[in-house]
Design a protein around this ligand. Structure first.
Ligand code: NPG
Length: 370
């Protein structure tokens, strides 16, 4: 594709309820959208970086800056580029996987739309619906948590994921397990809130028959996760630690990853995400698709990824209404019988509600090829 211009659009989307994790509370998302034009085609994407550098070092403002000042000019200098070449052109720059992923994603959307094909077909087809899980934040009281969980059970989700942190773990998990019964899938996510010295404590989660415990220790503590995996009967799943194909390969070899959460933004894009899926599949390691409070753009692409055969566990691909009163796509994702449809329209499979995007735009700038 010959790249002509890139528009960087910032929008603010309020969350329907505040979302608290071990990192803090989010009440709205400051989202960076990318609109790439070239060769008579166009593509959109969203950058999944959050408003603050808490989940990872990336954040919206920084992502916009590095794209505008470094990544986009480098793509311009590279001549015509395909989505498959974006990662190698941008490899000269350290870090910034979410910013890089957003550029690859917009170019991929443009290419697929030009070819009138979907990301689902590009990935080889597969299932046309995937199981949907919901992620539940931390609350002031267990009663409030139970009321929220009951609402999601009534909505028909296939599994519940609870955010945990020291002081909010054994008791909330026990009561949620009692509420939803022994059959329903339940898992927990600590977002790196524990230390190696907590391994014995974390083993107390074993009695609740969880699908997995996600990223209890620091992102760079593969050995600690391997020690927990050896001590605990609950499968250890890695999220923040998996930043590349190599880190995934290492984690599997060390016994630190019995399950892997794949988030395209965290690993530099959907094409790297696919390769990580293939690696895990070859090793018999189950994977599932994580969520980063995406709008309908990212959620559509996530459904296509989650249709691959190694995604044997429900993803964090909840209904749009779980987080947003109004989405920026025309056909927001909904959950039926615990599943969501895999987007199969051309490109990443969404249709943007441009008028709504415009109405919530806080800044917009267009950069030419340069
Ligand atoms: O459904 O998108 C969703 C939310 C899933 O809990 C979720 N995401 O740590 O996995 C996580 C968490 C997250 C949200 C991480 C936003 C980073 C940013």
């Amino acid at each position: 594709m010959h790249l002509d211009s890139l528009r960087l659009v910032r929008i603010t989307l309020p969350l329907v309820v505040p979302f608290r994790t071990s990192h803090g509370v989010e009440t709205e998302r400051d989202v960076l959208l990318l609109h790439v034009v070239g060769d008579g085609c166009e593509g959109w994407s969203e950058c999944v970086a959050g408003g603050e550098p808490s989940y990872s070092a990336e954040y919206t403002e920084g992502a916009e800056l590095v794209i505008a000042e470094h990544l986009w000019p480098a793509l311009g200098r590279a001549g015509d580029v395909t989505a498959a070449e974006v990662a190698s052109v941008l490899a000269a720059f350290a870090g910034h996987p979410m910013a890089k992923a957003a550029l690859e994603m917009a170019i991929l959307d443009a290419e697929l739309r030009a070819a009138d094909t979907s990301l689902h077909a590009y990935f080889g087809g597969g299932r046309d619906r995937v199981p949907s899980g919901v992620s539940v934040g931390i609350f002031e009281s267990i009663d409030t948590l139970l009321a929220q969980v009951q609402g999601y059970v009534d909505d028909g989700y296939a599994r519940i994921k609870l955010k945990i942190q020291p002081g909010w773990d054994i008791e909330p998990v026990r009561q949620v397990r009692d509420l939803i019964g022994p059959e329903m899938g339940l898992q927990v996510d600590a977002n790196t809130a524990y230390e190696r010295t907590d391994i014995e404590h974390l083993c107390r989660l074993d009695e609740f028959d969880l699908l997995l415990v996600e990223q209890p220790l620091a992102h760079d503590d593969l050995l600690g996760h391997a020690q927990l995996a050896a001590a605990s009967s609950t499968p250890v799943c890695l999220d923040e630690s998996i930043v590349s194909l190599r880190s995934c390969d290492d984690a599997i070899a060390l016994g630190a990853a019995e399950i892997v959460n794949i988030k395209p933004g965290r690993v530099g894009g959907y094409l790297a995400a696919r390769r990580i899926h293939d690696l895990c599949y070859d090793h018999g390691i189950p994977v599932w698709c994580g969520g980063m409070l995406e709008t309908g753009i990212g959620r559509a692409a996530n459904t296509a990824l989650a249709a691959l055969p190694g995604f044997t566990l429900p993803g964090d691909i909840s209904a749009s209404s779980r987080f947003y009163a109004r989405d920026i796509v025309v056909d927001p994702i909904t959950v039926t019988d615990g599943t969501v449809p895999v987007a199969d329209g051309a490109g990443l499979g969404f249709e943007l509600d441009l008028a709504f995007v415009e109405s919530i735009t806080t800044s917009s700038r267009t950069i030419d090829r340069g």
